[in-house]
Design a protein. Sequence first.
Length: 146
Amino acid sequence: MNEQIEKDLKDRPQIGVGVLFARANKVFLAKRQGSHGALSWGFAGGHLELGESLEQCARREAFEELGVSISNISFLCVSNVIEYGRHYVDIEFLGEIGNQEPVIMEPHSFSSLGWFDVNELPSPLFRPAEYAIDSYLTGQTYHHGA
């Protein structure tokens, strides 16, 4: 890739995809580390890869990061996230994992994890997770960001 193309790509928003798991008024969260938003609480997600569908990305990230397979997946929201010195167009899904329990598969990405009551969430929340949980609770499907 030539230098101008690399510069142009760095000057554009990236595409992030994440997936929220919910059960009985609780959501699954893991504490991020080693990346933007470190020490905030979020969930499985990452960059959309070339040739990958949004759903494929969500399923891949959930399996790679938390060792779970998603049975059903549905669109939750899209957000314009300008935080942590970065700019992302972020697409979040709601995923069903049945009785599977997520585990940390990438210790460089997450430290703690658990299921949290939607009325007693840890803080700080990773901004995309905050938007996704708001969408889960309110049905709002677009967050314009800052």
